[in-house]
Design a protein around this ligand. Structure first.
Ligand code: G6Q
Length: 579
């Protein structure tokens, strides 16, 4: 039952990479639309039944990861047409443009070179004619030297004790990556060390964290590319004040701040103005996007918690995926295939949401990390040249570790009215050697994608109810509730074990997938103008909010809802302490 879209021979290759034409009016796009129509009445079950080699044909291995994408509703024709789409979008040229340091982040005039941060081959990467690799290596060596001094207890706190605790203060890209990776590498934690991550400007986040740490042994890492971010600067100032007040009785001096505070930033002027010694500033560059920065100095909290050699293993794992991405033909290229299958699901199967479902507890922040990586990168409604995007772009990303998600939202994945695609991720071995936990975990991992693909027909549901001995009227009544439509598209990613290397490869896989999808959708994946408006309005509203107990003039400058809410909150806060 081979499904045929228009034969490729009839396709005229799209001359330019203009996404307007490519996505709306190209032969490649039309061919895929025809494929989707032709497959409308075919089930994945049938596709598996007719092709015993489907798994072997639709799977790929790279950098310690194995991707099975056979449980998507694809055929050879679909893949051929996706390859034609990649060709028309000039994906290979775009890949080359990124790694050659061209300013592909055009709205900010920046190169995008996170791959240079993990290239131990010391290949030259040029930005504005300058090879950045020596500076990358220099900064990495400084990070290593600092981590070694902290681990050896040479870099001490103000009472002479070693600094065994880290509080990373950062938000967005300066938080989510290091937090996710530190959690993922829990089996590699250095005994006796602890890392905390404070991001929210909600004072409860900092207060809750500070209540668990000792000023004598805590190193604060202020992680901010710009060193102007409101949340981070507010938290850093409050942490500094806490160190000085909490440490007062123990003899802390203003000059001790420099032992306890270091900065990860691109902004030396602001760092030194804060009172952090330039010696204790670890640099990165404007060609490292925030959400792609865990490989840079921003990863120092990871290195301090797992040791520099494990941090380096993380980078090497990512580099292995980079090499695969850079050199493998698109047809065998794991990130490109994931991107193309993702476009197929988003634009032709109608999946507006995509779930990330790791069957590994240590990956419990992966979905949060990818929410930013994917949605901030490709959640765009205009193409790179400013025209309205002619096709849907990034789906909503969400997820939780399996099996927890199974007992929560999987109901909707199986039987909801929306079709949702998903990535299932699992290591063959767990770091916890506990009875048969891991076989049980894996059996769930496997069963879910099987169930999502196969579903259960009306006849099967009915037979099951009859076999259970239900009376005929109950069989009729219950059957519709027991039907699973199936045909829910999933990828399965497996690896031997979650190690620094496989984690690095996994993150790089998603980074390159995101890049490819940006190229296919024609958006700039590397800016994030959508976060600006709210920031500006918050600045305007701040002076309109009173302190607790303060009476404020009525707000009038906004819409009725915003005015009303400001006034209501001010009224409640003014009543505070006044009974
Ligand atoms: C990431 C974004 C954003 C950024 C934060 C923190 O790609 O640009 O999440 O990382 O706003 O910015 P700073 O590191 O400058 O504080």
């Amino acid at each position: 039952m081979k499904q045929r879209g228009p034969p490729l021979a009839r396709l005229t290759p799209n001359q330019g990479a203009d996404p307007m034409t490519l996505l709306a009016d190209s032969d490649e796009w039309r061919a895929l639309r025809a494929d989707a129509d032709a497959l409308a009445n075919t089930t994945m079950r049938a596709l598996f039944a007719e092709d015993p080699k489907r798994f072997a044909r639709y799977s790929v291995e790279a950098a310690g990861l194995f991707l099975d994408y056979s449980k998507n509703k694809i055929t050879d024709d679909v893949l051929d047409h996706l390859m034609a789409l990649a060709g028309a979008a000039k994906l290979e040229a775009a890949r080359q443009a990124m790694t050659s340091g061209q300013p592909i982040n055009a709205t900010e005039g920046r190169a995008v070179l996170h791959v240079a941060l993990r290239d131990f081959a010391m290949r030259a990467y040029h930005v504005g004619g300058e090879n950045v690799s020596p500076a990358v290596e220099r900064e990495r060596a400084r990070m290593k030297a600092f981590a070694d001094r902290v681990h050896a207890g040479v870099h001490k706190g103000f009472t002479g004790k070693p600094l065994t605790t880290v509080v990373n203060i950062g938000i967005g890209g300066s938080d989510l990556g290091p937090l996710m990776a530190t959690e993922a590498l829990r089996p590699y934690w250095i005994e006796g060390r602890r890392a905390h991550f404070v991001s929210n400007v909600d004072g409860q986040h900092l207060a809750d964290t500070l209540s668990q740490v000792d000023p004598q042994t805590t190193l604060f890492i202020v992680a901010s590319k710009t060193f102007t971010t409101q949340e981070t600067m507010t938290n850093a100032q409050s942490a500094r004040a806490w160190l000085l007040s909490k440490g007062a009785a123990m003899g802390v001096a203003e000059s001790d701040v420099s032992r306890h505070f270091i900065a990860l930033s691109t902004n030396e002027v602001a760092v030194t103005a804060f009172g952090i010694d330039a010696e204790n500033m670890f640099r990165f560059w404007d060609w490292v996007g925030g959400r792609f920065s865990l490989w840079s100095a921003i990863g120092l909290s990871i290195a301090l918690q797992v040791g520099f050699s494990n941090f380096e293993r993380l980078l090497r794992g990512a580099h292995a995926m980079d090499e695969h991405f850079r050199t493998a033909p698109i047809r065998d290229n794991m990130p490109a295939l994931m991107a193309l299958v993702g476009v197929w699901n988003r634009n032709f199967m109608g999946c507006a949401s995509h779930a990330v479902l790791p069957y590994d507890q240590h990956l419990h922040r992966l979905a949060a990390y990818l929410q930013q990586a994917e949605m901030e990168s490709n959640g765009k409604r205009v193409t790179a040249d400013g025209a309205a995007a002619p096709a849907a772009t990034c789906p909503v990303i969400f997820g939780e570790p399996g099996t927890n998600g199974q007992h929560a939202f999987y109901q909707l994945l199986h039987q909801g009215t929306d079709l949702i695609s998903a990535d299932f991720i699992a290591p063959a071995f767990s770091h916890a050697d506990l009875g048969d936990h891991h076989q049980k975990l894996l059996s769930n991992f496997l069963a879910q994608t099987e169930a999502l693909m196969r579903g259960k027909t009306r006849a099967e549901a009915k037979d099951d109810l009859i076999a259970e001995g239900k009376p005929p009227q109950d069989v009729e009544r219950l059957t519709p509730h027991k039907v699973f439509p199936g045909d829910r598209p999933t990828n399965s990613i497996v690896m031997e074990r979650l190690t620094p290397e496989t984690l690095g490869a996994l993150i790089a896989l998603y980074e390159h997938k995101i890049f490819c999808q940006g190229v296919l959708w024609g958006v700039n994946s590397f800016d994030q103008w959508g976060v600006e408006l709210g920031k500006v309005l918050a600045k305007a509203i701040l002076p309109e909010l009173g302190a607790a107990g303060e009476d404020m003039a009525l707000a009038e400058a906004h819409d009725a809802s915003t005015n009303g809410l400001i006034n209501r909150l001010n009224a409640i806060r003014a009543g505070n302490g006044k009974g």
